[in-house]
Design a protein around this ligand. Structure first.
Ligand code: ZN
Length: 367
């Protein structure tokens, strides 16, 4: 559905903002919604904060504008935490501080496309030292059939959170760190840095995505059924990111796998291993896969456990029933992680058990 800016059944940017404000207003002071940045087209980027616990969880959704299940799931989670009075909610609020950014790329979202909207000339205006330098490799002149330039924001992160773009570093490549060239990635980085300053560390970061048209089938308990959600730890190359350990000693790939496992276990426990909502697998992750410029990689190198969710399909492929089901899977997954962080259970899991999750076939395929 190229150049069709429709996203029927999903919240528009305006609706997301209205819902956040309503949640804040009716939360009796539990939820605080703040503007944390602004896109190139002038849309405010919002973060909702709830809970007073020492464990910090930052969750972002729709960094790829046309990947929206996480947006709906985060709004539902904030709404529940804003008003719930059951013991689980109390435990979550006391154990965890959640900062949720439901729609971090609204310019892309309003066009129903992956990339944001930024002209290279605007980048050079922001960073005059880049005059004459080649465009970053992840900047495109168009995206999803729409003739406007922009960035794949999930390549625009650098583990050096103070990084300033240098002409000699451009254009870079897929394995390299990114350059913080977009206001959206800088806003996400700034939220992270502020939390680090306040708490000393950000325990975990979750990034919510879709994996595009996908007919992959699971193995494991649901052998042969369509995958619902796949999970991943940071893609930092061979030997579990060993090349990064010297410069980034806080990297803990096992911690990321424990957090991902808490998500998978929680979904399976909530729905039963045969439920279509619980067809959870491992995302594509051959040993050599290396994307240092992804947000989850940059934050993992700073010591956070990071979990990638990749929901089956693209938002437009999902019928209404499947849409609702996948939103519930993501919601339950994030809530399970909050609970495992609040109880400390996430520390007691065996990260190696993550590899027991079905890989829906890619592990055995040559590529
Ligand atoms: Zn994505």
């Amino acid at each position: 559905m190229f150049d069709d800016p429709q996203y029927t059944g999903w919240s528009s940017y305006e609706e997301v903002v209205a819902q956040l404000k309503r949640i804040e207003a009716t939360s009796g002071g539990r939820v605080d919604v703040e503007v944390v940045g602004q896109t190139k087209e002038g849309r405010d980027i919002h973060a909702g904060r709830v809970g007073t616990g020492d464990r910090v969880l930052m969750v972002q959704s729709a960094i790829h504008g046309n990947e929206r299940t996480g947006t709906e799931a985060l709004l539902a989670i904030l709404k529940d935490l804003a008003s719930g009075n059951d013991p689980d909610t109390t435990r979550a609020l006391e154990g965890v501080t959640l900062v949720a950014m439901p729609m971090v790329n609204p310019d892309g979202g309003e066009l129903n496309r992956r990339i944001n909207v930024v002209d290279w000339a605007d980048v050079v205006e922001d960073y005059p030292q880049l005059e004459g330098a080649p465009r970053a490799w992840y900047h495109s002149l168009r995206g999803d059939g729409i003739n406007l330039p922009g960035f794949d924001l999930n390549r625009d992160f650098n583990p050096d959170l103070d990084y300033v773009p240098q002409p000699g570093d451009l254009p870079g490549n897929q394995r390299d760190a990114g350059f913080f060239l977009s206001p959206e990635s800088r806003a996400i980085r700034d939220v992270y840095v502020d939390l680090q300053a306040e708490f000393g560390e950000v325990d975990a970061v979750v990034d919510l995505h879709h994996m595009g048209p996908c007919d992959a089938l699971t193995g494991g308990p649901q052998d042969g059924k369509p995958i619902s959600v796949s999970l991943d730890y940071p893609p930092l190359g061979v030997d579990d990111g060993a090349a990064y350990q010297q410069d980034w000693p806080l990297l803990d790939q096992d911690a990321s796998r424990r957090h991902a496992l808490a998500v998978a276990n929680g979904i399976q426990e909530a729905y039963g291993s045969q439920s279509p909502l619980a067809a959870v697998g491992r995302y594509y992750h051959p040993d050599e896969r290396e994307y240092a410029g992804q947000g989850r990689s940059a934050f993992a190198l700073n010591g956070s456990a990071t979990v990638l969710f990749e929901v089956r399909g693209q938002q437009d492929d999902l019928g209404q029933k499947l849409h609702g089901m996948l939103v519930r899977s993501v919601q339950t997954g994030v809530e399970s992680l909050i609970d495992a962080m609040a109880t400390g259970e996430v520390d007691t899991l065996d990260g190696d058990d993550f590899f027991e999750l079905p890989d829906y076939g890619w592990d055995t395929q040559a590529d």
